[in-house]
Design a binder for this molecule. Sequence first.
Ligand code: C5P
Length: 219
Amino acid sequence: FTTGSLAGKRVVITAGPTREAIDPVRYVSNHSSGKMGYALAQACIEAGARVTLISGPVHLPTPDRVHRLNVNSALDMLAASGKAVDAGCDVFIATAAVADYRPVSVAEHKIKKAGDAMTIELVRNPDIVATMAARADRPFVVGFAAETQNVEAYALSKLRDKKLDMIACNDVSRQDIGFQSDDNAMVIFWNGGSRRLDKAPKTFIARELVSLISQHFSQ
Ligand code: C5P
């Protein structure tokens, strides 16, 4: 028996960076800490949800009662997300900083240095959140965006193009919030509305976002 605004709901969250292998010892990745996704997992548990957290490599403890699946690459994260949604999902939240591109092929052995320059060819990774939103049995889908300019215009076009129900937009041009920080500030957009959340700890922002999700999810 659970109580809370997401009582008994099944939530799947992607979090952290992905790592795209170049060879057995090297990869392409980014500075995502995973903090926002983990704070959301915790807030969803507090709201009574059952939470699956599909996580890239991060240095964070798993919140109590969260079912965590570890992945490395974007392709692994896509496969794990598909399986988790197949198993039943009411709300899908994509906080992961998925690498946009991966090396065309992974060298079987460590690449040896030779010459003064080298080139690694990259191919586009699939869009995980857009893939989940395109399903016939789509859950309520929440995406994130990190922009440095035209925040509102980019957020609204992402909401439409990826067929999201809601998008949370960070202004990453600010040094005092986002990425590695414990604080965040964001503007959340949905079809027909928006809400600004001023700078606050990610744990607080996560609770506010979960409250907005539960209001719109049940409509
Ligand atoms: O297009 P952009 O990367 O700015 O979109 C960010 C949103 O899309 C985030 O919610 C992110 O988790 C998700 N995303 C994804 N798969 C990708 C790229 C982004 O799920 N390959």
